[in-house]
Ligand binder design. Structure first.
Ligand code: NZQ
Ligand code: ZN
Length: 391
């Protein structure tokens, strides 16, 4: 086991009706003037925004609405939010929604605490981030794990790049999580969420040569839980217990618990972000579309690890590691397909030319300046090979 730091200081307020406690949580964490960040309108239509605002009012908190965050959230929209937060004198940023609203809120929080500094300079670490504004979350989709992660992802539409920043200032103060709020999710978004949760766990799992028994068992248990409850939820989205399991998995899959002692890889996310930046495809779907190709390219570098995944997560009984590894990959790809996820670029609805594939490979590897993955190192040439396989 390698040395590690585990620090995930978010207060989780979980269960039915908890959105009514939002105002009290904001107050507890020092907020009195709130910029309320939300997406394209699902929270308005469901009545959630009204309930959250009622709870703010009850605590004497004043707020200003800032709606309209789009999936694959844009840098320019976060910059607009920074202007609004500063003009309003916001001392707290509250996100109501999923990864896109939350990451926009995180961006606004960093920018508002550093007036005059360009947000992209913070994002690219040109300007070190030393302070931010407190953020709280009311979660409406189990997927990105941003409610407990140290990460935030924005797309700089001017340069066509989607990138994340990892910093302790991305840890939100509290996350209100009522699984009932996810009952209104479109099926496709539910499946994207299930996929993303699995990926966050798998991107920390396929790292060879390090013994971490507890971390492995947690990861495998988490994956089995998502797979099983994902099937139930896809059949009946109003199954509270299934949605509750998935929601809790979402947070634990990305709060660093499943990397303790091992670390992380996140190469499939780099492939997915390059796709989302160019084609504006949903995050979870972008990952499902390349994972099988990535795994088929990588598994012989660590057959024992892939075989363990096959046996512990998918119940495969094959004794020989290489064969078991292949069966496990097939089982995972079949599962993605069964919940309606694309398992190739074609199924994702895009048909890149060879030139476009090369551009994607360069995007994913920062112009061939980094080697992705802790298995076989992936530069632009190897990334291109995987994208080709994904066609
Ligand atoms: O915008 P609205 O109208 O709210 O609709 C959203 C959006 O269209 C809809 N939705 C959400 N909750 C709903 C709902 N519709 C009906 N009922 C509900 N309860 O779902 C759509 C997707 O929402 P979004 O917030 O984009 O989903 P998700 O949580 O999957 O977030 C994806 C974003 O998070 C980033 C992704 O790259 C992507 O930009 N990620 C952030 C991470 C982090 N900060 O730690 C890690 C992840 O790996 C990921 O990269
Ligand atoms: Zn993800």
């Amino acid at each position: 086991m390698q040395n590690f730091v585990q620090y995930a200081p978010t207060e989780v307020i979980f269960g039915k009706g908890t959105e009514n406690e939002t105002g009290a949580a904001v107050k507890k964490w020092g907020g009195s003037r709130v910029l309320l960040v939300y997406g394209g309108g699902s929270a308005v239509r469901s009545g959630l925004l009204g309930r959250v605002e009622e709870s703010l009012k009850k605590e004497g908190i004043i707020w200003e609405e800032f709606g309209g965050v789009k999936p694959n959230p844009r840098l320019s929209f976060a910059e607009e939010g920074i202007r609004r937060a500063i003009a309003f004198g916001a001392d707290f940023i509250l996100a109501v929604g999923g990864g896109s609203a939350i990451d926009t809120a995180k961006g606004i929080a960093h920018g508002a605490a550093n007036p005059g500094v360009k947000l992209w300079d913070i994002w690219t670490k040109k300007v070190p981030l030393t302070r931010s504004t407190p953020v709280g979350v009311v979660l409406t989709i189990a997927a990105a794990g941003s409610e407990m992660s140290d990460s935030a992802v924005l797309t700089n539409e001017e340069i066509g790049k989607k990138a994340g920043i990892n910093t302790v200032f991305n840890r939100v103060k509290f996350a209100v999580m009522n699984p009932e709020l996810t009952f209104t999710l479109p099926k496709y978004q539910l499946a994207c969420g299930i996929t993303d949760i699995m990926m966050h766990t798998m991107e920390r799992y396929f790292i060879p040569g390090i013994k971490c028994q507890l971390t492995d068992e947690i990861a495998e248990g988490l994956l089995r839980t998502v797979v099983e409850n994902g099937k139930i939820a896809m059949e009946n989205q109003r199954d509270y217990d299934a949605m509750a399991e998935i929601m809790w998995c979402s947070s634990l899959s990305h709060n660093n618990l499943t990397e303790a002692g091992r670390g992380k890889d996140f190469s499939v996310h780099k492939f997915g972000h390059a796709l989302s930046a160019r084609y504006d495809v949903a995050h979870g779907a972008s990952l499902a579309a390349v994972w099988g190709s990535w795994a088929n390219y990588q598994y012989d570098a660590a057959p024992d690890r892939f075989a363990r995944f096959a046996r512990k997560v998918w119940g495969i009984r094959e004794q020989e590691d290489l064969k078991a590894a292949r069966e496990g990959i097939r089982a995972a790809v079949d599962y993605f397909r069964s919940i309606g996820m694309p398992v190739s670029l074609t199924e994702l609805g895009i048909h890149p030319t060879e030139e476009e594939l090369k551009a994607l490979a360069l995007d994913a590897t920062m112009n061939d300046t980094v080697k992705l993955s802790r298995l076989k190192p992936l530069g632009a040439a190897e990334a291109l090979e995987i994208y080709r396989m994904a066609c």
